[in-house]
Design a protein around this ligand. Structure first.
Ligand SMILES: Cc1cc2nc3c(=O)[nH]c(=O)nc-3n(C[C@H](O)[C@H](O)[C@H](O)COP(=O)(O)OP(=O)(O)OC[C@H]3O[C@@H](n4cnc5c(N)ncnc54)[C@H](O)[C@@H]3O)c2cc1C
Length: 399
């Protein structure tokens, strides 16, 4: 759905409160407290369902961010839940993006209440969604991981255990008993959602492959301060052997991300500010006087998609279902839109307001969207990486 098509307000009509359940059971078990899992869990709990969310990480949201943009359509979904204005007030509204030297993209033409790209740390999105999920009554189990699952006609049984080194941040965890006697235990739910990211255990338990390829390696990102910031809040440019983007978070921090064809190293090789300065100078002509990095990381990027998003009572959403390069800033956005598509359907089926066949429409609608996002992101990336003259000419024409 394009930005602008009205999204009805998300106004769950809770039925009678869920019958209190035995410890270790839930209507829905969500695996993974990233943005995707947090939105699904919050939607379902707001609709009156009994939701347990299991997260391997010990603590909740940190302050490092992978995603840095939220697009108009995602803001419209958050708006339908009464969440957009708060997020927008914390982010930086970017109304002009400069790409490849010549092109200026102005989202101001979008027919949306949010005619801009919101630059904001992923952690702000997660904090907001976590708070909303807690208020709606989701039972959080940090420091706990799912290791296996089985399903039958009536539900799904997941094996959970304390995550290595994990220690729940608050409240008792499903695995408290396990902590004492060292044993794993199970949680039973009517449905399970695998929002457990790119290395999804749930996907593995379903026996689903994750076909695709690695498309780029040795991308380096850094969050830095700039002594001489650029005139536009978001700039991306590329030359033959390098590309770089600089985006402002709006609070004095800048995300710099880039790549240098002549410096291809494994993810484990440390990256430093000198390397970030180098590729920024190559691609953008200056390093903007960058200093004081709070985070520098080297990573590679894959393009992969699971062949199915549903197997019986188990669903995949977000990075567990699809992954692509950061080009276009679409990963978190796509996961949040998967979540918004699935949660109301699952609620309607749990309440017996709709036949279970409605659940089939989740994969039918979201799988093609995932495929399209992989293609779009892949095309943008290939343009940025263009190493030969015809491709660079195509890039200029496209710009
Ligand atoms: C450099 C970079 C820049 C990016 N920029 C953007 C951008 O601008 N815009 C955008 O939309 N996207 C962007 N993305 C992508 C975005 O970060 C991801 O798409 C998003 O985090 C996916 O959310 P998720 O909830 O599906 O998965 P995740 O955020 O990966 O969350 C999965 C969670 O599951 C937990 N987990 C895993 N296994 C288990 C288990 N067995 N049991 C319990 N818990 C488990 C993990 O600890 C994790 O917390 C970027 C990514 C990168 C790397």
């Amino acid at each position: 759905m394009a930005a602008g098509t009205p999204i009805p307000p998300h106004s769950p009509t809770p039925g009678p409160p869920s019958v209190p359940r035995a410890e270790g059971t839930a209507d829905v078990l969500v695996v993974g407290a990233g943005p995707t899992g947090l939105l699904i869990a919050g939607d379902l709990a707001a609709a009156g369902h009994d939701v347990t969310l299991v997260e391997r990480r010990a603590a909740s949201v940190g302050n490092l961010t992978r995603a840095l943009v939220v697009h108009a359509r995602t803001l419209e979904y958050l708006d339908a839940r009464g969440l957009a204005d708060e997020l927008v007030s914390r982010g930086h509204r970017v109304r002009e993006l400069r790409l490849f030297g010549h092109a200026t993209i102005r989202p101001t033409r979008l027919a949306s209440r949010f005619p801009y790209v919101l630059v904001i740390g992923q952690y702000e999105v997660e904090r907001l969604l976590e708070r909303r999920a807690r208020e709606a009554g989701v039972t959080f189990r940090y420091g706990t991981e799912v290791t296996g699952l089985r399903q039958d006609g009536g539900g799904v049984e997941a094996d959970v255990r304390p995550a290595p080194g994990g220690r729940g941040r608050s409240g008792a965890t499903v695995s408290d008993a396990a902590r004492e006697d060292g044993s794993a235990r199970t949680v039973r739910a009517r449905y399970l959602i695998g929002a457990d990211g790119v290395h999804s255990t749930v996907r593995g338990c379903l026996g689903l492959p994750f076909p695709g390829t690695s498309v780029i390696r040795s991308i380096v990102l850094a969050d830095v301060r700039l002594a001489e910031p650029p005139s536009t809040p978001f700039e991306l440019d590329a030359i033959d052997n390098a590309f770089a983007l600089v985006g402002s978070f709006g609070d004095g921090w800048y995300r710099v991300m880039g790549w240098n064809r002549d410096r291809q190293l494994p993810d484990s090789a440390p990256a430093d500010l000198a390397e970030v300065r180098d590729f920024t100078r190559l691609a953008l002509g200056t390093d903007f006087g960058m200093h004081s990095p709070r985070w520098i990381s080297r990573f590679h990027s894959d393009e992969r998609q699971a062949p199915h998003y549903r197997v019986g009572r188990v669903f995949l959403a977000g990075d567990a279902a699809h992954v692509h390069s950061p080009a276009g800033g679409m990963g978190m956005n796509t996961g949040l839109q998967d979540a918004a598509n699935l949660s109301w359907k699952l609620s309607a089926v749990l309440r017996r307001h709709a036949p279970t066949a409605l659940l089939d429409t989740y994969e039918r609608e979201r799988h093609p969207v995932g495929t399209m996002v992989l293609r779009t992101s892949g095309s943008l990336l290939r343009l940025a990486l263009a190493g030969n003259a015809p491709l660079r000419a195509l890039r200029s024409a496209a710009a």
